[in-house]
Design a protein around this ligand. Sequence first.
Ligand code: BDR
Ligand code: CA
Length: 313
Amino acid sequence: MPRKIIIDTDPGQDDAVAILLALGSPQELEVLGIVAVAGNVRVAQNAHNALQILEVAGRTDVPVYVGSERPMRHPLVTAEYVHGSTGLDGPTLPAPVTPLQTQHGVDYIIDTLNAHAAGEITLCCLGPLTNIAMAMVKAPAIVSRIREIVLMGGGCFEGGNITPAAEFNIYVDPEAADVVFRSGVPITQIPLDVSHAMLTTKARVQRFRDIGNRSGVVTAEMLDFFERFDVNKYGWDGGPLHDPCVIAWLLKPDLFKGRQCNVAIETGSELTRGMTVVDYWGVTGRVHNVNYLRSGDSDGFYELLVERISRLP
Ligand code: BDR
Ligand code: CA
């Protein structure tokens, strides 16, 4: 039986590749729905981008919901400077023909968790955690029904990418992250410590193009655009491919290494707002709330991506 997942996302080229990876893995994963959140760009554009990716993958049967328009407390910070004005710059994609769902994304999360057996649904979070926290605040009874939250966000050993201390997804809505990290739901966190090793080198991007299918070509075109900013910023051989690590961990956890530890979110300090404070060495004695991944096998990760994207149209 495939694992049932909801993908909460702000696509985003790397989010889009994560969605393709999930859709290319129907034996392991059943994508119940996609919920957009404000993050890389505004929520309406993120939802539009999700529809476009579903059309590339030939999976217009997957419903897309519009979630929260802004973070819980702070004004929205977006990242057009990384992802382009559409959030999904790179390929030329036709306007989607499938409509968005009319139900709010937060209510969809609540209703779907309530409609399934407790422990059946995994939440895959690829953007700021606003929708998940809002659902937990609106309907606290859902917390115990979530099987697991697997999220891309935060960092420790690699520092931050939007401030010296904070990673983008957590920085945009630290109050939401705080709610989620304190919830007691089992969390697997894929931080920058992992994604910074998953570089989109020229040879890897070419492998997607060489698959020859529509999804492979679109992936290559997205990654060509996506890496520009990070290659300039870090001087590496490619950009870090963050969000697909969430799906890759569900498919092949052996590609990654980490440990259980305590992670707390900084919400007070102006200097370090949105920092994930990772007690990797167990110096606080605080309760373990996170399976914190620290490293991953990048060749194995790209093998998996190529294999699964090959299965799509
Ligand atoms: C995260 O921020 C976004 O820009 C990416 O899509 C990813 O989810 C990386 O910090
Ligand atoms: Ca994202």
